[in-house]
Design a protein around this ligand. Structure first.
Ligand SMILES: [Zn+2]
Length: 409
């Protein structure tokens, strides 16, 4: 029964378009996010959580009161969806008791096939929710939103020993601004959990450490007719610079697992000046210094070969490996692992080749691992999610809340 309610919630949320928008000058970056927030607020009020509110940035806050002797924890999910595929007008398809065959996406007539996505074979007999092939689904992260809302309702309906549980729904996570307006001391929690992950058992406790490098290349411009011996072309220098970056190693195209990379992702400019921007990524934070050193070596060498050329490298911190900050509250991960076992789920500690709201919260002093909620093929037209995994996620979080109720600070 309650699994039906969980599904209904999810379907209600994905129908509201709430894609984040890189170009917007507002916060949140799209009005749909405010709309999802308003709906959540209405539902929280209906559950009896009268003090819930949507703040001036669009974030929705709620508190499920509990035994004050137990440490408070927070559950966090984001209401925006990825800008990387069309995200408005989502028409979910529900596949009951999936039989393991190709799933025809009715809007595009393309198929979601186990031949392409082998993991589908593990989902025979389950309830899958897909798109119609013309948009993403938005299970990232509305599966997490639905899991948290359903967990809240079950905690309120069931007499259960638990501590205070803070609920937080953020905006613009997909464009890196999910926790810009989160006041950590105000939350007053020992740790937080994001619900924004893949298959059952996934427990993300480590992420990349991440910086950006902006390389400004200054040349010497002069009319091409009289350029002999005088012109130093920044466009050409940018090409040479890119050519000398490692490719067989240290590139996203050639690495996986725990390997880091340097990823040139944008290039702009002209003869006088060009700019190349790169993402620097590694699980070991000091390795980012080595990546910067390598960029500097390449730059200095090109300057030597092309007198008049000048390379300036500016490095900006983006986020830090979540694992670095997790030591502060070892119970955050340990209790989540135990909660999964108590819910009959086999925990798999995972390192994410990216960042999460949790990386930023952890870096700012609030340890925040990420718990699965059944998302698959995020950001794509082939996105789908599994209702039974969402249900396992709810059960995990309830077990987690019960475990935290036994802890004392
Ligand atoms: Zn997400």
């Amino acid at each position: 029964m309650s699994q039906t309610r969980l599904l209904d919630r999810f379907l209600e949320y994905v129908k509201i378009g709430s894609q984040a928008d890189f170009r917007a000058l507002t916060y949140p970056s799209s009005p749909g996010q405010l709309e999802v927030g308003k709906l959540l607020l209405k539902e929280l009020h209906e559950m009896g959580l009268d003090e819930s509110f949507q703040d001036e940035h669009g974030l929705v806050h709620a508190l499920i009161p509990g035994n004050p002797a137990a440490p408070a924890i927070a559950l966090v999910a984001h209401v925006d969806t990825s800008p990387e595929s069309p995200g408005d007008g989502v028409k979910p398809q529900i596949i009951n008791r999936y039989d393991g065959s190709d799933i025809v996406l009715e809007g595009s007539k393309k198929v979601l096939s186990p031949a392409r996505y082998a993991e589908l074979a593990n989902y025979k007999g389950k309830t899958l929710i897909t798109t119609d092939g013309t948009t993403l689904l938005g299970a990232d992260d509305k599966a997490g939103v639905a899991v948290i809302m359903e967990t809240a309702q079950r905690l309120l309906e069931t007499p259960l020993n638990h501590g205070p549980v803070v609920l937080l729904f953020t905006c613009d996570e997909e464009i890196g601004h999910g926790v810009d307006h989160v006041d950590i001391p105000e939350m007053g929690v020992a740790c937080a959990y994001t619900l924004d992950g893949g298959p059952a058992g996934e427990l993300d406790f480590a992420t990349f450490s991440a910086d950006r490098a902006d390389v400004t290349i200054t040349g010497v411009n002069i009319h091409p007719s009289i350029a002999k011996g005088k012109m130093v072309n920044a466009v050409r220098l940018a090409g040479i610079f890119l050519e000398r970056l490692p490719r067989a190693t240290l590139s996203p195209e050639t690495t996986e697992g725990m390997e880091g990379f340097m990823h040139p992702y944008e290039i702009t400019g002209g003869v006088a000046q060009a700019k190349v921007s790169l993402l620097l990524r590694d699980f070991q934070t000091p390795a980012l210094d080595q990546q910067e050193n390598l960029l500097n070596e390449i730059a200095r060498q090109i300057e030597k070969e092309f007198p008049g050329a000048k390379f300036e490298i500016k490095r900006t911190i983006q986020y830090r490996n979540m694992a670095d900050g997790m030591a502060k509250e070892p119970r955050a991960v340990a209790l989540a692992e135990q909660a999964m076992r108590n819910a009959g789920v086999d925990p798999k500690l995972t390192s994410v080749r990216g960042g999460t709201d949790g990386s930023r919260l952890t870096e700012r002093g609030l340890p925040t691992p990420n718990i699965f909620c059944g998302e698959h093929n995020a950001h794509s037209l082939d996105e789908w999610c599994c209702l039974e995994e969402m249900e396992q996620s709810v059960n995990t979080v309830i077990e987690l809340v019960k475990l935290w109720a036994l802890e004392r600070d």
